[in-house]
Design a protein around this ligand. Sequence first.
Ligand SMILES: C[S@@+](CC[C@H](N)C(=O)[O-])C[C@H]1O[C@@H](n2cnc3c(N)ncnc32)[C@H](O)[C@@H]1O
Length: 356
Amino acid sequence: MNYIGSKLSLLEFLEASITEVVDNDCDSFCDLFAGTGIVGTHFKKRGYKIIANDIQYYSYVLNRHYIGNHKVLNFNSLVAEISGLGNIETKNRKDFVCDYLSNIEGIEGFIYENYCLGGTKDNDQPRLYFTDENGKRCDAIRQKIEEWKIKDLINDDEYYFLVTSLIESIDKYANTASVYGAYLKKIKKTAQNDLILKPAELIINDQDHVVFNTDINSIIGKINGDILYLDPPYNHRQYATNYHLLETIAKYDNPNIYGKTGLRDYSKQKSLYCSRRQVFNAFRDLILKAKSRYIFLSYNNEGLMSLDDIKEIMSLRGKYGYFTKEYNRFKADRSENRAYAADTTTEYLHYVICNN
Ligand SMILES: C[S@@+](CC[C@H](N)C(=O)[O-])C[C@H]1O[C@@H](n2cnc3c(N)ncnc32)[C@H](O)[C@@H]1O
């Protein structure tokens, strides 16, 4: 997913830098501003036990699947429901189930009614987040997943795999410049194709992992893990508003919505890390409460906290240092014509080796 602040293209830098600092007896890795889960997933593949967290529910779903799921999904209870599924080799059943869902008939549900032209054409400002067809497909798939869960035809692991597959897939067909803070006036090319449910990657290993969905400062004192990796928002852009539609598809809770873009209430998900006034104290509190042996922080040179702020706070816990890398700025796609000051920023990985 094209996610603000995604570390997809920085994974090698992160791994090389972290490996340089930590002892090789570390076996747990905490990714507590987890977003897409790509960092935790990378270290899961390296054999670490992962503890992940994010304040957004769609992110919880992604991490509950990419991190939490680590065994084959056999879909045994669905065999009686989907003809042919029982004949499929267990490891391929998740693909078969996604194919089945890709082919069910669309439904005029919450997404179609509120975020597609067909459902909103009589509004003062019709919304054009998806084609009518994809809005209906999304509703039908999401409702079927929920129905299977309520009828106990899928277990939690299978449920989070399917909802993750839907979040990842629908995002590819969104009629936006990249985030959901606005939609485009005309349906762009990639949004015109019919939604296909692509199975999300399943990473099998023999470790149990833990995933939370809460404000990091409220759980940090209870998290024990050797390596703590922190990747907070860098600026004022709240994830709750930029990804509100993914939150609603993940929760599928028919929220009250408002405004031109159909926002849901996000008062409980406003991040202190997006506030110039509050970030210093929130970060200080976090660092002082952390119980890990090593703390790493990703941040760039244009974030709300200055380099001096970060150094001052992290040095409270022990020996401080940092690594840097030039990095391509997050960009919306070409249909959004913004003027950027420069194409690259300097990405920092700050660290502290904690005294206690
Ligand atoms: C820079 S992004 C993380 C990106 C992630 N490393 C990746 O590569 O996908 C920051 C994340 O922090 C989450 N977040 C913001 N404030 C938070 C808080 N107080 N507690 C937990 N998560 C928070 C946001 O929802 C967002 O997913």
